[in-house]
Design a binder for this molecule. Sequence first.
Ligand code: DQA
Length: 146
Amino acid sequence: PTVLLLNGPNLNLLGERDPKQYGSTSLADIEAAVTALGKELGVTVVCAQSNHEGELVEHIHAARDLDGVVINPGAFAHYSIALRDAVDAVDTPCVEVHISNVYAREPFRHTSVTAPVMQGYIAGCGVAGYELGLRAVLRRVEEARQ
Ligand code: DQA
């Protein structure tokens, strides 16, 4: 199987951006760790990041040919109906990840318009959430095969 690890706006700055919320791990390190876990589990992980809503939509469309998506939509989770509709439009199982516990933060982060169309949702587990996301999406892939 092949899984897309997709990160949204400002997540290219991980490591330097607000380390209290997001830790000191860079996106490159996260991508390497998830890719390594994938190798262990027999999964190819492809990685992408974009600061642009439309590009994220196109990545989701392209994931129609893949087995799963682990996505941190960043702030788009809180208001992008376009991203939500893209996830809704594809059959590929998607799991939403937030590094921080968005429910312990500002009220505008408590809403996710994307969560209702996801297979699963992980928040507040730090960067480990991405690895949990990969494991979660793989369970869906296995279930779909049975
Ligand atoms: C985030 C949470 C969002 O509210 C924020 O806009 C981000 C990062 C997280 O991973 O905790 O960019 O998605």
